[in-house]
Design a protein around this ligand. Structure first.
Ligand code: AMP
Ligand code: MG
Length: 432
């Protein structure tokens, strides 16, 4: 069995105690195997699911040459052969959407046509109605008002029969659902939903709704994790709040490996005395402990655990042991866990865009780690993005996440910044 420590050793300049975020992301992605299983679901239930196979068009879209405007369809050859500035054609028939004109159209004739209606045989051009004067059965227009082939959509122009409309790995959006429907499909093959189990650890934690004993705090990470997982459309399994007791932790980890593809824990992965999660992970699985060169969010456990309680026994699940501080939990989730879950769910890589911005305040930053400060960004009157760090950057203060609308991403090498300097921001919209 390849163990994580041998694999991680393959990464150049691997330093588990100051691991750059990009190196951690790369190791994690190397380690992830996409789920193989797929299922067929009705189109209505397919939003946000991951496409399991290319959707190949069984038809040409549009299915026939058709009019792009309301007007008169005719054979554009007449534009080359006419004499004088205007052209007069006899209106020989009507073609409406859903009611095609069945006959042919002679050289000196045309058909009244509405947008979307199939072009009658022999016609390749539409003169828009606003450029044409109708008098009884005849229509007259300036010859230069239209070029041959104008205002006609070609058969297969949007999508040719046999071509891929959407590729496997696509996370389906509203337009994709419509596109699949436009090809006549009622169902679609999607990857099975990834199952992700999660729990919080810590004797100091109480669940919301319970009385808060002296020295205790409410468990917020389980709620944040549940919400972040919901956004990813995975099947999230809440395994509750677990005390810092080796037996309870071992039982919950084994249960997680039994019922899920991925297990997320929060708390207990630093080297505190009561951090039994770390001990249990060492026993139950092939787990490595990193100090990420990242702020917030230094400690991270990553690897595999087995439901049988030792490596190789029973079902295996991927494991992420996230730091306990609430903002560190979120940042680590977005930077490390989210890309891994998407890859495992079979989704094509979805890098979150970084937007250049100007920072309105000076920032203290140590070179040698990536920082994710919370910021409030807006576009100024010239259309440039500007960002102000929200006050406290404490990794315990969740309120700074709620106040902010973006991360200010300060690169690994960057050091202190003056007000007005260029930074990059990652907007929460679409991420959070
Ligand atoms: P730990 O990594 O377990 O030492 O936790 C680091 C800090 O995060 C401590 O102050 C914990 O009280 C806090 N913390 C741990 N888990 C949670 C949680 N589920 N909800 C809120 N705070 C937490
Ligand atoms: Mg703890």
């Amino acid at each position: 069995m390849t163990t994580l420590n041998t694999l991680s050793g393959c990464v150049s300049r691997y330093d588990p105690q100051a691991l750059p975020v990009s190196a951690a992301q790369a190791i994690v992605l190397q380690w992830v195997t996409p789920l193989a299983a797929s299922e067929r679901v009705p189109l209505r239930d397919a939003l946000a699911r991951v496409l399991a196979a290319d959707v190949v068009s069984p038809i040409d879209v549009p299915a026939h040459d058709n009019a792009a405007m309301d007007g008169y369809a005719f054979d554009g050859a007449a534009l080359q052969t006419h004499t004088g500035d205007t052209l007069t054609l006899e209106v020989a028939g009507k073609a409406f959407a859903g009611h095609p004109y069945a006959g042919g159209i002679a050289a000196n004739a045309c058909a009244r046509i509405m947008t979307g209606a199939p072009m009658p045989a022999g016609c390749d051009t539409v003169v828009p109605q606003e450029h044409a004067q109708r008098e009884g059965d005849r229509v007259t227009f300036a010859a230069q008002a239209v070029a041959r082939g104008a205002n006609r959509r070609r058969r297969g122009e949007d999508l040719a029969q046999g071509s891929a409309a959407l590729r496997a790995g696509r996370i389906l959006r509203a337009s994709d659902i419509g596109l699949i429907a436009s090809l006549g499909f009622t169902d679609v093959d999607v990857k099975q939903r990834l199952r992700v189990a999660y729990f919080s650890t810590g004797d100091e934690l109480r669940s919301p709704g319970e009385p808060l004993d002296a020295g205790c705090i409410y468990d917020s990470n389980r709620y944040t994790l549940g919400a972040m997982l919901k956004r990813l459309d995975v099947e999230a399994i809440d395994l509750g709040l677990v005390r810092d007791e080796p037996a309870a932790l071992a039982a919950t980890l084994k249960l997680g490996a039994e019922c899920a593809d991925v297990v997320l824990t929060s708390g207990g992965v630093s080297v505190g005395e009561a951090d039994f999660t770390r001990q249990q992970l060492q026993t139950l699985g092939d787990v490595t402990f990193w100090g990420l060169a990242m702020r917030p969010g230094r400690p991270l456990a990553f690897g595999r655990i087995w439901s049988g309680g030792r490596p190789g026994a029973g079902r295996a699940a991927l494991l992420f042991g996230l730091p306990g501080n609430p903002v560190a939990t979120m940042v680590t989730f977005y930077q490390i866990v989210r890309p891994a879950l998407l890859a495992m769910a079979g989704a094509a890589p979805q890098p979150v865009p970084l937007i250049p911005a100007r920072c309105d305040a000076p920032i203290r930053k140590r070179a040698g780690r990536t920082e994710f400060q919370r910021g409030e960004a807006h576009r100024d009157e010239r259309g440039e993005w500007r960002v102000t760090p929200t006050g406290s950057q404490s990794s315990g203060a969740l309120s700074t996440m709620s106040e902010a609308n973006c991360f200010i991403v300060l690169a690994h090498e960057a050091s202190d910044l003056d007000a007005g300097e260029a930074v990059e921001i990652m907007l929460f919209d679409g991420l959070v």
